[in-house]
Write a protein that binds this ligand. Sequence first.
Ligand SMILES: CC(C)(COP(=O)([O-])OP(=O)([O-])OC[C@H]1O[C@@H](n2cnc3c(N)ncnc32)[C@H](O)[C@@H]1OP(=O)([O-])[O-])[C@@H](O)C(=O)NCCC(=O)NCCSC(=O)C[C@@](C)(O)CC(=O)[O-]
Ligand SMILES: NC(=O)C1=CN([C@@H]2O[C@H](COP(=O)(O)OP(=O)(O)OC[C@H]3O[C@@H](n4cnc5c(N)ncnc54)[C@H](O)[C@@H]3O)[C@@H](O)[C@H]2O)C=CC1
Length: 422
Amino acid sequence: MKISEYKGFYKLSIEERLKEAVEFAGLTNEEAIVLSDPNALTPDMADHMVENVIGRYSLPMGVAVNFLINGKDYLIPMVTEEPSVIAAASNGAKMARENGGIFASNSGTVMISQIQVLDVEDANYARIKVLENRKAIADRCNEMDPVLVKLGGGVVDVEARVVESSIIGDMLVVHLKVNTLDAMGANAVNTMAEGISPFIEEITGGRVNLRILSNLAIFRLARARARFSKESLGGEHVVDAIIDAYAFAEADPFRAATHNKGIMNGISAAVLATGNDTRAVESGAHAYASISGSYKPLSTWEKDKNGDLVGTIELPMAVGLVGGATKVHPQAKAAVRILGVKSAGELGEVFAALGLIQNFSAVRVLATEGVQRGHMGLHARNVAAVAGAKGDVLEAIVKRMVSEKKVRVEYAQELLKEYEKK
Ligand SMILES: CC(C)(COP(=O)([O-])OP(=O)([O-])OC[C@H]1O[C@@H](n2cnc3c(N)ncnc32)[C@H](O)[C@@H]1OP(=O)([O-])[O-])[C@@H](O)C(=O)NCCC(=O)NCCSC(=O)C[C@@](C)(O)CC(=O)[O-]
Ligand SMILES: NC(=O)C1=CN([C@@H]2O[C@H](COP(=O)(O)OP(=O)(O)OC[C@H]3O[C@@H](n4cnc5c(N)ncnc54)[C@H](O)[C@@H]3O)[C@@H](O)[C@H]2O)C=CC1
């Protein structure tokens, strides 16, 4: 049985950490080489991914340790430029293990593709005609993606809405609801929306304008929950302080934005590591946070009857294991192998669990000692590196800056000169 719980993982060398990850995930030699090779994404591959390529851009990939989700251990690869994020995730996951870890689920893998129909005088009448033709629309769409249908996916329903009183008046909007299985599905559903549009025009007598998926993927929700005992948090007053912090986010969009940024610190890093579309997930998350009409936190924090802290998260999770860059970028492929997920649904569950834990770690620290000690302690390494410090001198400068609470590049430069004179 593979266990992702580590003590002092961060104290190992890069090579030792990679060896642990390789052993944990049962990676091949080739995959191990890819993970440590800055040139794994070749210029030629890059040139085929996007346009006007002039080079490649690297970011650190780390793994969050200690994650136990639905009774299974995970190492979660994360690509981020921000210090303390991976440490915070690992720390929170460690605390969650005491109560069985994180429990996650998902609502399926159905995406929405939108077709905007204009110039329909009788939008309500046209809507009913579209619904009458649901089966014919679904059949024609499914013919466009036989691979998806053969695997058990395809259109599961067709909906039509009259969107009233836009600045150009009423419009009819048709939604294709498509089960895209293990694909994120944007290309798949966009193809269907474009292909079916002449038929929609025929049915409605209108003029189709946009044909594109919605990133507000409300039929593709990932959910997670976790419990933390009051004792592990340092007492019931800490539980209360975390709930007070949550109440702040619930009541105030200025705080909710930052609360949700903390959630996305984890999710975006893992989405990026696996070659998935960070913008798709982020726009879905923030739109879902606003679905009630005002911007809300994506997580909830409450106290259970024992006085322990319980948290939940729910957000759209349009991520896949086929398509996009997930099957092209060599390091993204290796990241998916480290995760060991078997389906897009499981991938989304892991991301939701990570988001919840990332939020827990940040809010716990904010509601107690404040973020600066832990975060600035790690950020100080960046600052010392910017000042030009290396090796032991860098470590010594970090220690000084943190203990003196002066984490600034000018001060690091001053200290560097001091050490160079010695
Ligand atoms: C940073 C910690 C974890 C330190 O916390 P600590 O209590 O000083 O850590 P510790 O030394 O007791 O170690 C506890 C565990 O943390 C992990 N850990 C500890 N150090 C490392 C390290 N160097 N590298 C990797 N992992 C580390 C590791 O798992 C370790 O267990 P061990 O292995 O020792 O058994 C804590 O202070 C923390 O969780 N801080 C929150 C940091 C955070 O959220 N950063 C995000 C950036 S701020 C932001 O963008 C979001 C925000 C805050 O605005 C969101 C919001 O407002 O809601
Ligand atoms: N607004 C947005 O979010 C938009 C995103 N995109 C981009 O679209 C890309 C993702 O599109 P996809 O349709 O996922 O990629 P894709 O078109 O490369 O792959 C999906 C296809 O793979 C086939 N397939 C094979 N095995 C499958 C399986 N097990 N499950 C499901 N399908 C399987 C199906 O034919 C399916 O249509 C991403 O790169 C994203 O950035 C594109 C346009 C808009």
